[in-house]
Design a protein around this ligand. Structure first.
Ligand SMILES: Nc1nc2c(ncn2[C@@H]2O[C@H](COP(=O)(O)OP(=O)(O)O)[C@@H](O)[C@H]2O)c(=O)[nH]1
Ligand SMILES: [Mg+2]
Length: 502
């Protein structure tokens, strides 16, 4: 046996062991959760004074809660009418009226397709959101047999465990709740509405079809019971699929950046107006501005909504040689922030560029951080407007440049327009070209899947068994994105981020 073959056999075994232990864990989790299945309840709106607060109940005891705690205002029978909002009194277990509100009952498994979020019976009580009312209703629920307070994300977790939604939809729901800008909201709705799930599932189905052909070759053998060329045809499909996956991976991380916020760094020499720019964009005195070079020492971040896009702007310490320990640490941080940012604005001062030598000296400390995508602002145009822009462009090699005076507010409107356009060009996503990947987790699984597919393409028809293993692992990796394949570690981390009541 050759060394490479041995290695691949070992690899296959190691992976097989991993999958087996994950599947065992999944079964165990499901069994334990079924045994402990209780009726859960939570306040789904923020606690505190407001017009209305919604309390959600889910589980086998929901109809029991309805019968004991709800009294319809029309005095009709005590059985809940599903999917109908009704005026009611909410009662304590002793029959005391706690509030006058509304209720909706969602029947779980009445038909083959459950019509409640969790797939269980659910009840929503809409009461006045005052602390005494909410406390009284929640306390009463706590005294009902088989009821307990919900954990963060537990309603969504139940929907996932019942197979009503997959993991990409779970992440989408969380992102819809967390979305702070329009672009984030649109992206989150793509996942929450099931589009991501459909696109991922289509990739998985293509892999499974490919695998089925390869397994036919294993079982029947080409040229015997099977026509020639089936294996080559499977390889061709795999190649196309690999190109499609690589296309998604090669999306400039637009989806992930839009979801977590575009990280923008303002850097440059000291005293050029970096902090003034941050304050101007934030429209408040977020950063200290003084004529003293070295005023900003740490990285200061402000999150803004720029044209629907979330932008995390970092103001940094001016880059220069410094003997001061604190300032040097700030400068090192500035350099790291600038290198790791999604967008870089390098600010320079026109007043420091009155000669070719002065210009070269002014940019010397920052030129290594400037690349063709860095946006350049030349500030302090009020002090010096005669700057050789061609020489500067040659010196720093950047393509986009604005001149302005933050002090006199000249050139500022042009910058704001151009900057917004530039951000949209780089990051905004057209509705018909929404990126598939919005989470680092998806990227990891798709990267692994693409490696397995590449490995499959490398095998010849004589190594069809090994090839099939690679395809199986590729399909498993894609299955992990939606949660069809065990992902316990991901689940716990994911639901912990949810709020209670969702
Ligand atoms: N003349 C002039 N001064 C400015 C302009 N923008 C900012 N300044 C001043 O330049 C000094 C340094 O500004 P600051 O924002 O702290 O610069 P930073 O060190 O790059 O953060 C302050 O006194 C600002 O008021 C401008 O466009 N023209
Ligand atoms: Mg500053």
């Amino acid at each position: 046996m050759e060394i490479c073959e041995f290695e691949s056999t070992m690899r296959i075994w190691r992976r097989r062991m991993k999958t087996t232990s994950a599947s065992v864990m999944k079964v165990r989790t499901l069994l334990s959760s079924l045994k402990e299945r209780k009726t859960i309840y939570a306040l789904s709106t923020p606690p505190g004074k407001a017009g209305i607060g919604v309390i959600r109940i889910s589980g086998p005891g929901s109809s029991d809660v309805y019968e004991r705690m709800v009294k319809l205002s029309n005095g009709s029978n005590r059985k809940p009418t599903p999917w109908k909002m009704q005026r009611c009194h909410v009662l304590s277990l002793e029959g005391e009226m706690l509030d006058d509100g509304l209720c909706v009952f969602f029947k779980g498994k009445l038909t083959l397709t459950p019509r409640s979020f969790t797939t269980e019976d659910m009840l929503e009580l809409h009461v006045h959101s005052g602390s005494a009312v909410l406390r009284a209703v929640l306390n009463t629920l706590g005294r009902m047999d088989g009821c307990r307070p919900a954990e963060p994300g537990e309603f969504t977790r139940r929907a996932f465990e019942a197979g009503r939604i997959d993991l990409t939809e779970v992440e989408g729901i969380r992102d819809v709740i967390d979305a702070e800008t329009d672009e984030q909201r649109k992206l989150a709705l793509t996942a929450a509405g099931g589009e991501t799930k459909r696109r991922i599932e289509s990739i998985r189905q293509q892999l499974i079809r490919c695998l089925a052909n390869v397994e036919a070759v294993i079982d029947f053998g080409e040229g015997e019971d099977l026509e020639e060329g089936v294996f080559e045809h499977a390889k061709e499909s795999a190649r196309n699929l690999l190109a499609e996956i690589r296309g998604h991976l090669d999306d400039g991380r637009r989806g992930e950046i839009m979801r977590s916020g575009i990280r923008l760094a303002i850097f440059g020499p000291p005293n050029v107006g970096k902090s003034s720019l941050l304050n101007f964009l934030a429209q408040r005195e977020a950063a200290i501005v003084t004529p003293i070079a070295g005023t900003t020492r740490d990285v200061l971040e402000v999150t803004l909504d720029i044209g629907g896009m979330p932008v995390v702007i970092a103001d940094t310490a001016g880059i220069r040689k410094s003997e001061d320990l604190v300032e040097s640490i700030g400068i090192a941080k500035a350099e790291t922030t600038a290198t790791t940012a999604d967008v870089r604005i390098c600010m320079l001062s026109m007043s420091a560029m009155d000669s070719a030598e002065a210009m070269a000296e002014h940019v010397a400390g920052v030129s290594s951080l400037i690349d063709k995508d860095t946006l350049i602002i030349l500030n302090k145009a009020d002090e010096q407007s005669d700057v050789d822009l061609c020489a500067l462009e040659k010196l720093v090699g950047a393509r986009t440049l604005w001149t302005m005076s933050l002090l006199q507010r000249t050139g500022v409107a042009e910058f704001v327009d151009g900057f917004g356009r530039e951000l949209r060009r780089r990051f905004a996503v057209a509705p018909d070209r929404r990126p598939l990947i919005t989470q680092a987790r998806h990227r990891v699984h798709l990267e692994r899947a693409s490696e397995f597919i590449s490995a499959f393409i490398g095998y010849s028809v004589d190594e069809v068994v090994e090839g099939a293993e690679e395809l199986r692992y590729a399909a498993d990796e894609v299955g992990r994105i939606g949660g069809q394949i065990a992902v316990e570690d991901v689940l716990d981390a994911l639901f912990r981020d949810f709020c209670i009541g969702k």
